[in-house]
Write a protein that binds this ligand. Structure first.
Ligand code: GLN
Length: 492
């Protein structure tokens, strides 16, 4: 049955419609692939019975001629989305056996459209990280390895389980969330497609909050068309999230015309960063050539506040995180650890429940929000954030979209950066800007590095113009003709 797991989401829909196979067969193939890939540690909860039940319901709908947009498509869900009746952990011990009595809006829309639930995916604890090494459930392994080398590589983070599962063909698509790069960086590290939509495009309701002004959900898939299909179901206005945008959701696949003639693509000169390996620069040049050859117009642009983005992000994100995570106190939320006094109970609960990286973020966040430092750090970061957003507004007077690398390197080895938070934070240098400015941004696999590892390019668009972003990504995808895939070393 391995052929069924090799299909793209779009081809699986075609095959289901043509009755080449049933949703049950498709689900069974994926359930088996998931069970055989436990070495990757991509899943924290597998839901095979639910998958088969969903698939049978899907087959019945199709037989009645009532097939839905994603009917019968096996998907897996980052364990940051609340799923009714299925344990939801954010990969943190503090959530204990929390089993939501409600479903996040984004996942409910996927089920509304007929998708099949395979299980919950590993991630960095509370989505804080770039390597999936901060998870309370242990690290996720990247299905890719360097040529001739069996060293374990990280899949990126925080949506590392999502990226590994999609790349290893354990599901046809996965949900991710992106606060500073957590969809795009792992997508680039595993040779898949990921899009962070415009802030407000997908509802945040029912997603465990990290930094509420930056968090956005998005799809992770093997093709741009698949991302377009999944995003259509995930996006849309939700009265339960006051920051969700009240705008119609287009059929994103219609934007994939293959035609970028006359589009103006900006190349931000500040993204040529010292110390970034030459192969990243070459890939970027290659992307420029592909778009030129397809008839796009390339323009150098300036985003002058780029160098301030990482410091700004690493003030704003921890500040919001420290506030969001205050609710895990063993009273309102969180697995309680007993103490003799109330303060001792709080301390024990939070001390035992949060891992090192989460504690670091809470400390930084509390510090930058504290009286005396608020103006110097948090307020200043908010001002710089406005300047970063303004850089993009200015640029979009000249260009329709921006092309940049997705990450400053290919996937690195497990343990290589986990002792050095600053080195880890540098992973986000090309991605945090889109979050700070609230813009849609896509990572698309564009080639392999000298060690046989995937590298991604990034397309950043105007607010609510996911269509142009996807259209350009689709053209890059075609030009790159990225067909490489990891071999099945993990399969038991
Ligand atoms: N790596 C970034 C961080 O650790 C981004 C994480 C994310 O986007 N969720 O904050």
């Amino acid at each position: 049955m391995s052929a069924l797991t090799d299909l793209s989401l779009a081809d699986a829909l075609t095959g289901l419609a043509a009755k080449d196979f049933s949703a049950r067969e498709l689900a069974t193939a994926h359930v088996e692939a998931v069970a055989a890939a436990s070495t990757l540690n991509a899943f924290v909860v597998e839901t095979p019975e639910r998958a088969l039940a969903d698939a049978e319901a899907s087959d019945a709908r199709r037989a009645r001629g009532e097939a839905l947009p994603l009917d019968g498509i096996p998907l897996a869900i980052k364990d940051l989305f609340c799923t009714k009746g299925i344990r939801t952990t954010a990969a943190s011990r503090i959530l204990g056996d929390f089993t939501p009595t409600y479903e996040s809006t984004v996942t409910s829309q996927l089920w509304r459209d007929g998708a099949v639930m395979l299980g919950k995916l590993n991630l960095d604890e509370f989505a804080m990280g770039s390597s999936n090494e901060t998870s309370a459930f242990g690290p996720v392994k990247n299905p890719w390895r360097r040529t001739g080398d069996t060293a374990v590589l990280v899949p990126g983070g925080s949506s590392g389980g999502s990226a590994a599962a999609v790349a290893a063909r354990l599901c046809l698509g996965a949900t991710g969330t992106d606060t500073g790069g957590s969809i795009r960086q792992p997508a680039a590290f595993t040779g898949i497609v990921g899009i962070k939509p415009t802030y407000g495009r997908c509802s945040r309701w029912g997603i465990v909050a990290f930094a509420s002004s930056l968090d956005q959900a998005g799809p992770m898939t093997r093709t741009v068309t698949d991302a377009a299909l999944m995003l259509r179901s995930m996006a849309g206005h939700d009265p339960k999230d006051s920051t969700s945008a009240n705008r119609a959701v287009p059929d994103y696949t219609k934007a994939l015309t293959g035609d970028v003639r006359g589009l103006k693509i900006g190349i931000p000169k500040e993204y040529r960063i010292e110390g970034v390996p030459a192969e990243i620069g070459r890939l970027w040049e290659q992307g420029i050539e592909w778009l030129k050859a397809a008839g796009a117009e390339i323009r150098e642009i300036s985003l002058p506040h780029t160098s301030q983005s990482l410091p700004t992000y690493y003030i704003v994100a921890p500040a919001e995180a420290s506030s969001n995570l205050a609710r895990y106190d063993g009273v309102r939320f969180g697995a309680r650890q007993p103490g003799r006094t109330l303060p001792e109970m709080y301390e024990k609960t939070r001390g035992a429940g949060f891992g090192r990286e989460v504690r670091r973020r809470i400390l930084i966040g509390t510090y930058v929000l504290s009286a005396g430092y608020y103006d110097a750090y948090y307020l200043k970061a908010q001002k710089v954030r406005s300047l970063i957003a303004r850089d993009f507004t200015e640029a979009y007077k000249e260009v329709d979209a921006i092309l940049a690398p997705a990450t400053p390197s290919a996937a690195f080895a497990a343990g290589e950066k986990s002792a050095d938070p600053l080195a880890m934070y540098l992973n986000d240098v090309f991605t945090v800007t889109a979050n700070l400015a609230g813009l849609p941004a896509l990572a698309v696999p564009a080639g392999l590095n000298s060690q046989g590892l995937p590298l991604g390019l990034q397309v950043i668009g105007r607010a609510f113009d996911e269509e142009t972003v996807l259209r350009i990504g689709h053209v890059i995808e075609k030009a790159a003709a990225f067909t490489a895939r990891p071999d099945n070393w993990w399969r038991v």
